[in-house]
Design a protein around this ligand. Structure first.
Ligand SMILES: [Zn+2]
Length: 93
């Protein structure tokens, strides 16, 4: 299995871990061309380290997206006159 891991990028239709890493965002965005998607998924099946990394990366992306959405929803509207009051306090108006 170590031989396979070291030589994975040299086999036809196989990408190495570095290539795999570069394609993760496009894969998760469903933006990879078919040929690259097949190579990517083949690598995932053969490489437990990249499979684990992909799972963690996917979860991190979902958490970041969820946090951004929570922030947007929970942020209260700016009270009317607040900006003007701040500017007056600073002597800008
Ligand atoms: Zn890998």
């Amino acid at each position: 299995m170590l031989w396979l891991k070291k030589n994975m990028g040299k086999l036809p239709l196989m990408m190495d871990c570095r290539e795999h890493d570069a394609f993760i965002d496009d894969y998760l965005d469903d933006a990879l061309p078919f040929k690259d998607r097949v190579k990517f998924e083949l690598h995932i099946k053969m490489c437990p380290a990249c499979r684990a990394y992909l799972d963690a990366y996917r979860r991190a992306r979902e958490m970041a997206k969820g946090a951004a959405e929570d922030f947007a929803v929970e942020r209260p509207p700016m009270p009317e006159g607040l900006i003007e009051a701040i500017l007056k306090t600073k002597g800008a108006i």
